[in-house]
Ligand binder design. Structure first.
Ligand code: NAD
Ligand code: 0WE
Length: 254
């Protein structure tokens, strides 16, 4: 490819159902050179298989709760890629009990873990990436409607997503003068690893079909193409925003 090829780093690949994978495929199709990270050794095998399918893509391990792993990743990216134009943060986690028990019973440790992994990590990786985005860039994270309205059992993740959306606005303000844009995509429910084992997830998918104006579920590819749009020059006027890719579900009052 040409030397003007844009490069992005993607966080949050677990398997072929991951939203991170849908985004990686769309960015690769749009000609981006990708560095794709996975959380740990347990996920390495499957992640590396997938990454191998994308021409020129490379895999890196990075647990976003570890400052030293984040620092090492960006050192490696500086050496291998030089500059960066895009970053995708597709990471979220709360301990499983927190999504089962009543919200009132949220533990101090569950709250801390959910916010560390799902919110603080965006600040940490943005700070790591910014020095590599010498000619500006784009950052995209993934959020969910449970940040604004109560979705039963989403619990502390809803609180964390509200904090994530506010974090997007504060990062957009700090990084705007450096021509780095920061946005969130609020995706409708998608059957990924993070959705497996969630009680009544099937009911949620059916309700979405009934109530959303488009009368269907969101395709992960639609989230991927929106991320590719936000990171492209076509998104150059958009920052600090939460863009819904939910077949219109969020506009309904009844
Ligand atoms: P997923 O399980 O495929 O992705 C979540 C990723 O987070 C995994 O790759 C996991 O390894 C990673 N992760 C967790 N802890 C980590 C850590 N300490 N360090 C590094 N990575 C870590 O599920 P997904 O649905 O693709 O989720 C991606 C994002 O999309 C999440 O932020 C999720 O909240 C958001 N989202 C999902 C849906 C949905 O319905 N699936 C809807 C809206 C938003
Ligand atoms: O953000 C998410 C998933 C978040 C998530 C899922 C898990 C399951 C496994 C965070 N942490 C964990 N921890 C685990 O141990 N979504 C938007 C998908 C999702 O999750 C829900 C939902 C929806 C939608 C949980 C309850 C209710 C609705």
């Amino acid at each position: 490819m040409t030397e003007t090829q844009k490069t992005a780093v993607i966080f949050g690949l677990a398997n072929k159902r991951s939203i991170a994978w849908a985004i990686a495929q769309k960015l690769a199709q749009a000609g981006w050179r990708l560095a794709i990270t996975y959380q740990n050794e347990r996920l390495a095998l499957e992640a590396k298989d997938l990454i191998g399918e994308l021409p020129g893509a490379t895999g890196f391990m990075c647990d976003v709760t570890k400052d030293d792993e984040i620092a090492r990743l960006f050192d490696e990216l500086k050496a291998s890629h030089g500059t960066l134009d895009g970053l995708v943060h597709s990471v979220g986690f709360a301990p499983p009990e927190e999504l089962k028990n009543p919200f009132l019973n949220t533990t101090r440790e569950g709250f801390r873990i959910a916010h560390d992994i799902s919110v603080y990590s965006l600040i940490a990786v943005a700070r790591g990436a910014a020095p590599l985005m010498a000619s500006g860039g784009g950052i995209v994270t993934l959020t969910y409607y449970g940040s604004e309205k109560v979705v039963p059992n989403y619990n502390v993740m809803g609180v964390a997503k509200a904090a994530l959306e506010a974090t997007v606005r504060y990062l957009a303000y700090d990084l705007g003068p450096r021509a780095i844009r920061v946005n969130a995509i609020s995706a409708g429910p998608i059957k990924t690893l993070a959705a497996r084992g969630i009680a009544n997830f099937g009911d949620m998918l059916r309700t979405q079909i009934e109530r959303a104006p488009l009368k269907r579920n969101v395709d992960p590819g639609e989230v991927g193409s929106t991320a590719a749009f936000l990171l492209s020059d076509a998104g150059s006027g958009i920052t600090g925003e939460t863009i819904y890719v939910d077949c219109g579900y969020n506009i309904m009052g009844f």
